[in-house]
Design a protein around this ligand. Structure first.
Ligand SMILES: *Cc1c(COP(=O)(O)O)cnc(C)c1O
Length: 347
């Protein structure tokens, strides 16, 4: 039996031999003394790449976001973001507890914010209005299906933030996918946000790690909050080495994940034109409707055929392509999906 084609998430990748070699041979030191050369090299590299002064390695993307919100936004204030944003949907209320902020959500298009709607959502300044502390934008959108804001829209959102004198926070867990899809300049896109997080363990395929990126004083404050949140590490160069390897070897190939997502979509559209919207698939996330069949039933049947997908809604599947599924595996998955969608419901 061949290994299943796991399309549940781009977080399921396992480090390959080149990455493990880089980890095994990494130069390390105690990062809490600022003495891990590999962590420092990674932080400098990512800050430079994304047009910022400084960066901070964190164990997770959620921690990167939390330390940034804490550093950027006064407690008791409000962060404006999209209604389906990861910070709202998937962080177990972290921002309420850690950063002590509330969210004002704005409905967008596939998770993308509209600059005018965001401007309209900013409460007037003055007692007793809740203070608006930041705008937060997700690139690419997770629940929105990997949609890309792109530099023009990010720049428009930054202008709204600047007009109000508040920061634009970027949740860039899949920023690398956005950059691969658009070919835009990483420094310009990174620089469009006041500060942002990026992930090493999704599309890039490292086992652990995210970075908070921004101005030196914001990152110095974020470093303090990382310590308070219990996320400061010691010989983390072993992890940073995986991140550096991933940036060097796995960034350019993200376009392959996008091509694979597109080919699955097109195969399903050929057979079941009513169940997918090919125009919405621009990066590595795709949604497939299951018609009258319950999504859980289709997902279970696919799992038996060796294809793992997420049941995202009652009649909606979510598939994410990544480093560990090649074109042939995606072809097999598409055929299994087409066959499963042609079956009548068992119920
Ligand atoms: C995955 C993800 C995160 C959180 O990353 P973790 O490393 O799982 O904490 C944050 N934002 C978005 C948009 C994500 O997709």
């Amino acid at each position: 039996m061949t290994a299943p084609v796991d399309l549940r998430s781009d977080t399921v990748t396992r480090p390959g031999s080149g990455m493990r070699q880089a980890m095994a041979t990494a130069e390390v030191g105690d990062d809490q003394y600022g003495e891990d050369p590999t962590v420092r090299a990674l932080e400098e590299e990512v800050a430079g790449l994304l047009g910022h002064e400084a960066a901070l390695l964190t164990p997770t993307g959620i921690m990167a976001t939390q330390v940034l919100l804490r550093a950027l936004v006064p407690p008791g204030s409000e962060v404006v973001c999209e209604a389906d944003a990861h910070v709202v949907a998937y962080e177990a209320g972290a921002a309420a507890i850690n950063a002590q902020v509330q969210f004002r959500t704005v409905t967008g298009d596939r998770g993308r914010l509209d600059a005018d709607r965001v401007r309209d959502a900013l409460r007037p300044v003055g007692f007793p209005n809740t203070e608006v502390g930041a705008i937060s934008v997700e690139e690419t959108t997770n629940r929105g299906g990997g949609a890309v804001h792109g530099l023009a829209l990010l720049t428009a959102l930054r202008a709204v933030a600047d007009d109000r004198g508040i920061p634009l926070h970027g949740d860039g867990a899949r920023l690398w996918n956005a950059l691969a899809a658009t070919g835009e300049d990483p420094a310009a896109v990174g620089g469009s946000c006041t500060a942002l997080s990026v992930c090493l363990s999704k599309g890039l395929g490292a086992p652990v790690g995210s970075l908070a990126v921004g101005p030196a004083e914001v990152i110095a404050d974020a470093r303090l909050w990382r310590r308070r949140f219990g996320g400061a590490m010691r010989q983390a160069g072993i992890l940073a080495a995986a991140g550096r390897y991933a940036l060097a070897h796995h960034r350019a190939r993200l376009v392959e994940d996008h091509a694979n997502a597109r080919s699955i979509t097109e195969r399903v559209a050929d057979a079941h034109g009513d169940l997918v919207d090919p125009a919405t698939v621009t990066t590595n996330i795709l949604y497939v409707r299951t018609g009258t069949r319950p999504a859980t039933e289709v997902a279970a049947e696919l799992a038996e055929a060796g294809v793992l997908v997420g049941a995202f809604g009652p009649h909606l599947l979510r598939l994410v392509t990544h480093l560990d599924v090649d074109a042939a595996a995606c072809h097999r998955a598409a055929e299994a999906l087409v066959a499963a969608l042609a079956q009548p419901s068992a119920r």
